[in-house]
Ligand binder design. Structure first.
Ligand code: FAD
Ligand code: UDP
Length: 409
């Protein structure tokens, strides 16, 4: 079924049982579940001119399917999330591979046994690999922080090499911070892998939606009980009612079109935005994407090349590797990381996880705690560094909980 789009001005809010803000995975999966499992009439409001959140893909002028908001590869060990999405798309079996451009020489990332041979030469690499295997075990993943904590001089040498040539400059570009300054969970995403496996992810399920993400989202949101209003921002259609005048007074109700909306509200945008930044803005990193099309079948040797020691962009992705599209033109995308300074023109892509920012987030979150029908969900509303599979799993769990609460009420 096609998505049922409407203009927010034409909506009668009493026709809806639930409101979902945002149409990325957090919003779209929640909307589908509330509609399908709970029979609720769901209104989705989305500020962009399209559905699918950061997973949105579209064909460019050269006919190449490109991702508008960063390269997205689905990977998970969560059978439930995978099976759930498999209802809305067929998956390709694409396995993502990344090479670091190391002063013009390519080496696999995560840094592994093959990278070790490129970096140190076969003979020395054999010795170092043996030591790594003896210390950590074969086929094991070790974070750069764990490796740097080793006292053995040879392991220190490996750690220094990886730190200097894989992590330092890339992290400085991506976060404006050194690897020591970012939360350890960030660099732990890309460990050293004591293996010959050159894939970026080792999850049991990995692939790309065969007809693209946007089509997957059309299938998710195409339901008779779901209506989608594009170009509609929560801040401009919600009237927030607080239990007092002080800055920290909690949210008591949300009025939509003049009446208190009592049904579930799933909110997947940034929480500070909803409250117009009253405690100060939550810090994020943003990105600029620069596309280039070539009259070539392929431009890069694999899906993504990370520039770990040179260039001012972090990485280049060539979409045809991901989508397995054929044709004699190809499009690549360079990613430039930026400070997030202007909500009007920039998109908040990455929460910057640290104690101060978590505390600021918690202060916003406390504003919503007393409003039982308000459910912050997803990478933005929870201020977390979630992959897609986690967001899908959380949306399934949250909608189940909401439906149980609704049934009990
Ligand atoms: P989003 O996709 O951001 O959706 C939120 C939606 O809410 C958006 O459509 C937004 O326009 C809308 N919205 C926000 N505020 C408002 C408002 N006030 N009013 C109305 N609408 C609003 N994950 C992977 O698993 N694999 C990958 O390869 C991968 N690559 C990534 C690459 C990049 C560059 C980035 C930034 C992320 C990547 N991710 C990847 C993570 C993935 O993008 C997230 O897990 C996913 O987008 C989370 O979905 P979401 O619904 O929480 O958020
Ligand atoms: N990272 C790095 N060099 C690399 C790859 C990753 O320093 O070649 C670090 C960097 O800090 C990055 C983090 O590891 O932000 C997580 O990388 P990932 O590829 O998971 O980032 P994402 O795809 O989410 O942008």
């Amino acid at each position: 079924m096609a998505v049922n789009y409407a203009d927010f001005r034409d909506i009668a809010i009493e026709d809806y049982d639930a409101v979902v803000v945002g149409s990325g995975f957090a919003g779209a999966v929640s909307a589908r579940q509330l509609a399908e499992e709970g029979g609720l009439r769901v209104l989705v409001i989305e500020k962009r001119a399209h559905i699918a959140g950061n997973m949105y893909d579209e064909y460019d002028e050269a006919g190449v399917l490109v991702h508008r908001y960063g390269p997205h590869i689905f990977h998970t060990n969560d059978q439930r999330a995978y099976d759930y999405l498999a209802r809305f798309t067929e998956w390709s079996s694409y396995q993502h591979r990344v090479l670091a451009d190391w002063y013009g020489t390519y080496m696999p990332v995560p840094f592994n046994k093959n990278s070790m041979e490129i970096a140190f030469g076969d003979e020395k690499a054999a010795r170092l690999i043996e030591k790594l295997v003896d210390t950590f075990g074969d086929e094991r993943k070790v974070t750069i922080n764990e490796l740097r904590a080793q006292e053995d001089p040879e392991l220190q040498e490996v750690a220094d090499f990886v730190y200097q040539n894989v992590f330092l400059y890339y992290t400085q570009k991506q976060w404006g911070l050194t690897p020591e300054e970012v939360d350890p969970s960030v660099t732990a995403r890309v460990p050293v892998f004591i293996s010959r496996d050159n894939r970026y992810f080792q999850d049991a399920f990995q692939g790309m939606p065969i007809d693209g993400y946007t089509r997957l989202f059309e299938n998710l949101l195409g339901h008779e009980k779901i209506t989608v209003c594009l170009g509609t921002e929560a801040e401009s259609v919600f009237d927030l009612v607080f239990a007092g005048r002080e800055e920290d007074a909690p949210l008591e109700a949300i009025h939509i079109k003049g009446a208190s909306f009592e049904g579930p509200i799933v909110y997947t945008g940034p929480l500070d935005e909803l409250f117009l930044g009253r405690f100060g803005r939550l810090p994020y990193r943003s990105l600029d994407f620069v596309y280039e099309t070539f009259d070539e079948t392929y431009h890069l040797p694999c899906g993504t090349v990370n520039y770990t020691v040179t260039e001012d962009y972090t990485r280049i992705t060539e979409f045809k590797w991901l989508t397995e599209q054929t044709g004699d033109k190809t499009t690549i995308m360079r990613e430039y990381s930026r400070a997030y300074e202007d909500p009007a023109t920039q998109i908040p892509y990455y929460a910057i996880i640290n104690d101060d920012n978590d505390a600021l987030y918690a202060r916003y979150r406390r504003l919503t705690d007393a409003l039982p029908n308000f459910h912050p969900l997803g990478r933005l509303a929870e201020y977390r560094y979630f992959n897609m599979d986690k967001v899908v799993a959380d949306a399934l769990a949250a909608s189940e909980k909401i439906l149980t609460e609704t049934a009990d009420a």
